[in-house]
Each structure stands twice: as structure tokens, then as C-alpha cells.
Design a protein. Structure first.
Length: 380
């Protein structure tokens, strides 16, 4: 087992959209002295050995016992400074914000992903009960909490008591409104555990959402072009109508029937959704005369949320994504579709459950997430 196995494993999961979208997900390998963790700005799909930051494990473990300020921003800044200081001498890359979570599993390989299928369970009302029923003692359920340092500390404590009860550390952790962690000493064992989780969740589903793309007719095409112009005019950061992405599919169309069918999508499920498609879509109830009404709707949204909408959902028509550039808008749309799938999967587990507002606010202001977004959109 070596970092070569880690590169292989990372590329195989990173290039499969069932497992990893946009900048989400991270992987690591550890030996006795060092942890090799995916660095920010290196997508898993194409990562090489050079995309992993080398961390000194002793320094990482000192963070468990460190005491930090109570105030959120000061605490995060201090924990981040210690994380950066735990890099081995000469390491310049920025380790994943989830590095500490990798350190706490005493297995050589850790794969952390945000698969829509598993998030159908983690972002549902009955997620915890379902996790217990389906996986029993094989999985550690982790309630939603501030990501980064606080999440890692909570998992560290929970994993220690799990190990006391079971005589070994957990190999599967299922994180509410977040995703999945799988840890093992070999790549084959990682694959086996990942399959086990996904196959088990899939057996519970009553239906698979229809995400197939259909061609637009001429009438819809010209309406989309007019609306793109109205959006471009109303949102300063977007200067080219080509930057605005439009899409729909049968599952999206069913959600766009009314405000109530759309309700499961009116809120973010995981940090990824906040980072890429924003914490709240703009719902447009009346598709007519958007040239005239859209600027005011966007202005009202801006007043309420202090940002421009990234997802604009128009009743019975489709969804626009607008995030500064064509590739940014495409990613925003991709993450919106991820939410659509999660909402459908969550029906098997008592219905969709959004992130709590205080967690949304935390993630919106989290410095490290801003950094990740900047890297993913080509900054730095
Ligand atoms: Zn994560």
C-alpha cells in the first residue's frame, strides 16, 4: 500500500459523477509519520502524487488537545493556522479543510465523497433511523454540525467511543447533510465498503428520478434566449448571455409544477450546494413578461439574501443557472440537479431535510469555503 494506490483510487472515484461533482470529495493515505491529503485546487479526477499535501501526523494529533477561542471566527482562524503549520517543511499546498477528519481514522486509506444517493439518506427526516436500521453497528452516524474543525472534533470523540464498544475504529461514517466517509487498509476493501453502502441505500428506493435531457422546441428556445437577456441585464457580474445556463428534465419539470412541489428544493442540502449553487434558489411563479418583472424579482432577492441568485427556477419552464462564467453556471446547474436527485431519493426516508439555517450562515461566511470556490472557478 502506498501513495500510488491512493492516486489510483482517487482518480477512479473522482472521475465518476455518481461519487464526485465539482470540487467535492477528498482522499488520503497515511503511514506512521505522514498523512497525504488531497490539496485544495486539485480535482480528484486528474490528481497525481503532486496534488496531495504532506502533513506531519504528530502535529495533526496535537490539534485534538489544543484549546481554541470560543468565538467562531477566531476559533476557525486558530485551527486553520495549526492545520497549515502541520504541513511538513517545504510543503506549500493548502490541505483539504477536511484533513483532520482523515487523520482520525486509523486506516491507511480514507475516501470521503458526497454521493447523491447516500445524501438522499443523509438529507432526510428519517436519516438517522434509516442509517441504524440499514447499517447497524457497521456505520457511525454523525449529526450535522459546523464543517471543518468542529466536525472533526465531534467525529474524533464519537469514533473513540465507537472503538471502545467495538474493539476497532469505524470503517464507515455517514454524515448528516454532508456525505460519506469510508476507511480501510486496502483499495479493494474501500471499493467493497463503498459498494455495500450504495447498494444498501439503492435497495430502499421506490423510484429513480428521470434526469434525461430533452431537446427544446423552437418556442421554448426563443423564450429561453429572451429570458437569458433579461437575467444578464439584471445581474452585474454576468456580461454575456452565453454565461447563463438553462436546463430542465422530467424530474425537474415535475418539481416546477407549483411552489409546493418545488418546496423540497427551496433550501440547501449540503455545504457543496451552498458553495456552488447558493443557499436559496429564486422561484418565479409567473413566466409571462419576464423582461419586465425579472429585474425587480432579482432586486428583491438581492435585498433579502445580500447576494445575487445563482439558480432561477421558473414555474413550468425550467431552471437558469448564473454564476459569473459559463463554467461556473454549468457547475451551479450540476449541483442543482444533484439537489433534485437527493430530494427524490430522500422520499424513501421520510422526505427531504435542509441544512439548519445556522449551519447555512456558518458555511456562507466560512473563509475556507470562499477559498475553495475561488480555486474552483480558476482564481489563484
Ligand atoms: Zn465533505
Amino acid at each position: 500500500m502506498s501513495i500510488v494506490d491512493l492516486v489510483h483510487l482517487s482518480r477512479s472515484y473522482g472521475s465518476d459523477p455518481e461519487w464526485v461533482l465539482a470540487g467535492g470529495g477528498n482522499t488520503s493515505y497515511k503511514d506512521d509519520a505522514l498523512l497525504y491529503i488531497k490539496a485544495s485546487g486539485f480535482p480528484l479526477a486528474t490528481i497525481t502524487e503532486a496534488g496531495f499535501a504532506r502533513m506531519d501526523r504528530q502535529s495533526l494529533q496535537r490539534i485534538w488537545d489544543a484549546s481554541y477561542p470560543r468565538e467562531t471566527q477566531e476559533r476557525e482562524a486558530a485551527a486553520l493556522a495549526d492545520l497549515m503549520a502541520a504541513r511538513v517543511a517545504g510543503e506549500e499546498k493548502r490541505p483539504s479543510v477536511e484533513t483532520l477528519m482523515h487523520e482520525l481514522f486509523p486506516y491507511a486509506l480514507v475516501v470521503h465523497t458526497h454521493p447523491a444517493l447516500v445524501n438522499g439518506l443523509t438529507c432526510s427526516h428519517d436519516g438517522e433511523a434509516a442509517c441504524r436500521r440499514l447499517f447497524g453497528d457497521d456505520a457511525l452516524w454523525v449529526p450535522a454540525i459546523e464543517p471543518g474543525y468542529v466536525l472533526a472534533q465531534a467525529m474524533h470523540t464519537a469514533a473513540a467511543s465507537y472503538a471502545e464498544r467495538h474493539g476497532h475504529a469505524p470503517r464507515i461514517a455517514i454524515l448528516q447533510n454532508h456525505g460519506l466517509v469510508v476507511a480501510a487498509d486496502t483499495g479493494d476493501e474501500i471499493d467493497r465498503l463503498q459498494r455495500h453502502v450504495v447498494d444498501t441505500v439503492r435497495r430502499e428506493l421506490a423510484r429513480e428520478p428521470d434526469m434525461s435531457v430533452r431537446l427544446m422546441d423552437a418556442e421554448l428556445g426563443s423564450w429561453v434566449n429572451r429570458t437569458r437577456q433579461a437575467i444578464t441585464a439584471a445581474i452585474d457580474a454576468t456580461t454575456d448571455t452565453e454565461d447563463v445556463v438553462f436546463g430542465t428534465c422530467p424530474e425537474v419539470a415535475a418539481r416546477l409544477e407549483s411552489r409546493s412541489t418545488f418546496a423540497p428544493l427551496a433550501g440547501a442540502f449540503t455545504p457543496d450546494h451552498i458553495v456552488y449553487s447558493g443557499s436559496m434558489p429564486l422561484w418565479i411563479d409567473d413566466e409571462s413578461d419576464l423582461d419586465a418583472t425579472l429585474p425587480a424579482a432579482i432586486a428583491r432577492y438581492r435585498d433579502e439574501y445580500r447576494v445575487d441568485p445563482r439558480i432561477i427556477a421558473v414555474r413550468r419552464r425550467g431552471v437558469f443557472a448564473v454564476a459569473g462564467s459559463k463554467s461556473g453556471s454549468q457547475t451551479a446547474y450540476e449541483l442543482f440537479l444533484d439537489q433534485v436527485k437527493i430530494a427524490a431519493y430522500a422520499e424513501a426516508f421520510g422526505g427531504a431535510r435542509h441544512l439548519d439555517p445556522h449551519l447555512v450562515a456558518f458555511i456562507e461566511s466560512w473563509e475556507v469555503e470562499r477559498y475553495r470556490k475561488k480555486m474552483s472557478t480558476g482564481g489563484q
